[in-house]
Write a protein that binds this ligand. Structure first.
Ligand code: ZN
Length: 185
């Protein structure tokens, strides 16, 4: 690989280390001509096949850009978007395919976005799945509600189990007084 500073056609690897949990290799290189150092990142190639038939390298930045629009005005920070893009990439790489269709990237975005922010999820899903009627929104909201009921049931079951240990919360009646009698020695 040539030097990005002086275009010298060769460079020397001075350090290699795994990055991104083994999904990438980061190499520190040194140019024997100008002596400057630079870093290269090596990952398995992953292409996205667009509807036009063109392919382009998978880009987390593009995932973030697409999701950021749906998150406009929502309490979702850049860190959360970066984590989501990483999850999307991991999901796609886990399939082992070197090339995925653009709509598969969209599909991989939906579950983590739903966990992140339901309003952003609805916005993204409405565009991505081309909702064209209120009935589509209703069906999606019903599906979200059904999942919420399950989540709440699971939380309630957990709360019941932990209530024994907590012994009374803000809205619980005061525990009955405990009468203890001690026998005098
Ligand atoms: Zn150089």
């Amino acid at each position: 690989m040539h030097c990005p500073f002086c275009r010298h056609p060769d460079s020397r690897v001075v350090d290699s280390r795994e990055a991104e949990d083994g999904a990438a290799i980061r190499r520190r290189r040194s140019c024997p001509e100008c002596g400057r150092r630079f870093t290269t990142v090596e990952t398995a190639s992953l292409s996205v096949l667009k509807r036009s038939g063109a392919t382009e390298p998978f880009s987390r930045a593009k995932v973030v850009a697409g999701v950021r629009k749906a998150c406009s005005g929502r309490p979702v920070g850049e860190d959360a978007l970066a984590v989501l893009a990483q999850q999307v990439e991991e999901t796609i790489r886990a399939t082992g395919a070197a090339e995925v269709a653009a709509h598969e990237v969209g599909l991989a975005i939906l579950p983590p976005l739903r966990d992140l922010d339901e309003v952003a999820y609805m916005r993204f899903a409405s565009v991505y799945r081309a909702f064209d009627s209120l009935a589509d929104f209703e069906a999606e909201i019903l599906a979200l509600r059904a999942d919420q009921v399950l989540d709440e049931a699971a939380e309630a079951a957990f709360a019941d189990a932990s209530a024994v240990a907590r012994f009374g919360g803000a809205h619980d009646p005061a525990p009955p007084p405990v009468h203890a009698s001690f026998a005098a020695p």
